[in-house]
Design a protein around this ligand. Structure first.
Ligand code: CTP
Length: 422
């Protein structure tokens, strides 16, 4: 973590509150200053003494503590990050609606620091449309979310809703602090995307066959998420349209989708306002023509699945490309050699009217789907070429974003020269 980040740790009243003691300890051990804020209900599950013995700052619970007349604004300004673990349905609902009935909700509204929520509740509550709609709204506002895991819940039930693993929460904390720290120019990272709006897609789409089965692919979303993090750390205003349940740094707006159809709707409407669109998602080319709304049973016999093509989102973006918009596509290939990959990728670049294509051989060792590393070939519409040998996906993201920035500034210079000549 480094640099003694200041973290407000919000704790709500749910059984997972006991895990926030361990979370607090590990944050402090990692070098953070931690100021816990407990809701009234959190006290039913966890003693204040426990948290105060582990934290570096005093535990706060009330807006009406006389020694500090306006604790919520102080805490909000003090924090580099506000982390809420566990976040209950009530807290999520209040935050989405902009309500501030206690110190924690008031701090959430009073802060400009990134916010990461770690929801934990019973499956029925987590899956309730009200909670899911509130979560979608918060993700779109750039609130970081560490998705709950699936497992044993209070009372012995099993299902999604359990507080995410602490390792995963700590990873989201450090990614968010890194991204925000770079955004504030603290580690000297270039802010060469400041003021630019980027739409980035990630993950493989899932096309339903019935309520429990889908046609999918092996994409993990790692490359697209790395691109979003790299772009955000360089000052870009990033919306990530993703199918992947991966932690995302707070500050990146997230739209979660599942199918090619949902991704198409999200991307086409967002693209109208975007300076750069990067389609890193592995979008299915075909989907079941008539998904059924009840589970296909073995006793019904082997189903005949008829497929239909999905919309080609990237081609539609190429057709509507606004003036000055930069369009980046990916080309997942299984070529015989690098010439064939170049040939296929350039054909995609022309066919879909792209400015840049990032080609990768998905069968090469260590590259492509599911790996932490990738090896790519960047080809631009001006004939430029750049090969990135096997390296981690964040480094690949850095080179892709470098290339995008170079292309944008080249365009800016060309437009200026043209203007002077007229
Ligand atoms: N893509 C898309 N919509 C689709 C399929 C692909 O927007 N329905 C995008 C991907 O996000 C990627 C690019 O198109 O940026 C290339 O995807 P790829 O699957 O490699 O190519 P296809 O166009 O599907 O061509 P082919 O399957 O013939 O290689």
């Amino acid at each position: 973590m480094g640099n003694q980040p200041r973290i407000v740790l919000g704790v709500c009243g749910g059984i997972a509150a006991y895990k926030s003691a361990e979370l607090c300890r590990r944050l402090v051990e990692g070098g953070a200053s931690v100021a816990p804020v407990m809701t009234e209900d959190a006290h039913r599950f966890l003693g204040e003494v426990t948290l105060s013995a582990l934290a570096t700052e005093a535990v706060r619970t009330s807006l009406w503590d006389e020694r500090e007349p306006i604790p919520h604004t102080r805490l909000g300004q003090w924090a580099d990050l506000v982390l809420v673990a566990p976040a209950t349905a009530r807290l999520i609902g209040a935050y989405a609606a902009g309500l501030s009935h206690d110190l924690l909700t008031a701090t959430l509204l009073a802060t400009r620091a990134p916010v990461v929520l770690c929801p934990a509740m019973h499956t029925e509550m987590w899956e309730h449309p009200a909670v899911q709609d509130n979560m979608a709204l918060l993700r779109q506002r750039g609130v970081g979310v560490v998705e709950p895991g699936t497992g044993r819940l209070a009372g012995g039930d099993v299902g999604p809703g359990r507080l995410a693993d602490l390792d995963e929460i700590l990873r989201a904390v450090s990614v968010t602090l890194e991204t925000a720290g770079a955004g504030a120019g603290r580690d000297g990272a270039a802010q060469d995307l400041a003021g630019q709006r980027l739409v980035i897609t990630a993950g493989g789409t899932r096309e339903p066959l019935d309520p429990v089965r889908f046609l999918g692919n092996r994409s993990s979303g790692k490359q697209g998420h790395a691109l979003a993090e790299e772009a955000a750390s360089r000052g870009g205003n990033v919306t990530l349209v993703t199918t992947a349940d991966r932690p995302v740094a707070a500050g990146i707006r997230v739209m979660k989708v599942e199918t090619a159809g949902e991704m198409e709707r999200a991307v086409l409407s967002l693209a109208e306002e975007a300076d750069v669109v990067v389609m890193a998602a592995a979008v299915a080319d075909f989907r079941p023509k008539a998904p059924v709304d009840r589970k296909l049973k073995r006793a019904d016999g082997v189903p005949e699945i008829v497929l239909e093509p999905t919309p080609d989102i990237l081609a539609a973006l190429g057709e509507r490309k606004g003036h000055g918009q930069l369009l980046v596509g990916f080309a997942a290939e299984t070529p015989e050699g690098s010439d064939e990959m170049r040939h296929e990728a350039l054909a995609k670049l022309r066919r879909k009217r792209l400015d840049l294509v990032v080609a990768n051989d998905v069968l090469a060792p260590g590259a492509g789907f599911g790996h932490d590393t990738n090896a790519v070939l960047l080809l631009d519409a001006g004939g430029g070429e750049r090969a990135v040998p096997l390296t981690d996906k964040r480094e690949v993201a850095r080179v892709v974003i470098d290339t995008v920035v170079e292309m944008m500034s080249r365009r800016g210079r060309d437009a200026e020269t043209k203007g002077r000549q007229q």
